[in-house]
Design a protein around this ligand. Structure first.
Ligand code: HEC
Ligand code: HEC
Ligand code: HEC
Ligand code: HEC
Length: 174
């Protein structure tokens, strides 16, 4: 009887250590095996690991990513956009560049704005455009691909006057 009591206390002790961390959430016990929480963008998929993992076939994981990220998949298939122009992106795993399980606030893109070669996109920056800041054309919180279309048409005009010294060109937007 006495021993059973101790086991009871021990059990309560163990549970009270584990439970408060997870109170109020419906929990898939598999989340205990995660290296860390997912980034905020993927938070709502955390409960179902099979969204991104296939234990029997790890090579399929990038396909799982692409299943949701159809824009990226399409870029790769048509060799357009940033992803479509990456060398050997077909064979590269998405995870080679996009980390996960590093917490809600983790930056899973890690783009170096300084190092980006804009000719690696659908839209080479010509002449005066090279001097514009990224934010002149790209809005914070939106994917880079969402740069407004009209910038493209303005730019065709700008490209024709690219030989004019950049100080003489009025920056568009912002
Ligand atoms: C939104 C996609 C996504 C979901 C959902 C997800 N993971 Fe991951 N997981 C990743 C990515 C990407 C990596 C590779 C991380 C890296 O290399 O930095 C990874 C890596 C891991 C690793 C390290 C071993 C390995 O395969 O590299 C474990 C273990 C893991 N995940 C477990 C889980 C578990 C358990 C769940 C569900 C409770 C889960 N993951 C849900 C994307 C996800
Ligand atoms: C079940 C659907 C789903 C799966 C599977 C999924 N994602 Fe996502 N992902 C999303 C959604 C929704 C967002 C937020 C909106 C957006 O940016 O498209 C997002 C955002 C992202 C972002 C942008 C994050 C940011 O901070 O802007 C990256 C990069 C990304 N996912 C990469 C991946 C990779 C790599 C995998 C595979 C390991 C993956 N995703 C699997 C749905 C998914
Ligand atoms: C060589 C590195 C690299 C690889 C491999 C890679 N990405 Fe990316 N990804 C980036 C960079 C850099 C950005 C930020 C630039 C941009 O928005 O295009 C990005 C942006 C993204 C975004 C957010 C922007 C958007 O347009 O929605 C998503 C989602 C994404 N990648 C998904 C994927 C998926 C899915 C794969 C695998 C099929 C993948 N990436 C492979 C480097 C990579
Ligand atoms: C003159 C306007 C302009 C400036 C300045 C500019 N961009 Fe862009 N950018 C665009 C346009 C337009 C696209 C093509 C969008 C599309 O795919 O339709 C683009 C595409 C991109 C892409 C590829 C998106 C993808 O997934 O294919 C990335 C990444 C990017 N820009 C990053 C940057 C960064 C970083 C800077 C600053 C160093 C910058 N851009 C400056 C107009 C600009």
């Amino acid at each position: 009887m006495r021993t059973a009591g101790w086991y009871g206390l021990l059990l309560i002790g163990v549970l009270s250590c584990v439970m408060p961390l997870r109170r109020g959430e419906a929990v898939n016990p598999e989340t205990l095996f995660m290296p860390g929480p997912l980034s905020a963008a993927h938070q709502k998929y955390e409960e179902d690991c099979s969204n991104c993992h296939d234990r029997s076939n790890r090579a399929r994981e990038s396909q799982l990513c692409s299943g949701c990220h159809k824009d990226i998949h399409n870029d790769i298939a048509t060799r357009s956009g940033f992803h479509g122009r990456l060398q050997a992106v077909g064979s590269a795993q998405c995870r080679a560049c996009h980390v996960e399980h590093q917490g809600r606030k983790a930056d899973i893109i890690k783009l170096s704005r300084e190092q980006l070669n804009h000719a690696q996109t659908d839209f080479a920056l010509l002449g005066a455009h090279d001097n514009l800041t990224c934010d002149s054309c790209h809005r914070a919180g939106q994917p880079f691909r969402a740069a407004p279309r009209d910038i493209r048409s303005v730019t065709i005009v700008m490209a024709t006057i690219a030989k004019v010294p950049s100080s003489a060109v009025i920056p568009i937007a912002g």
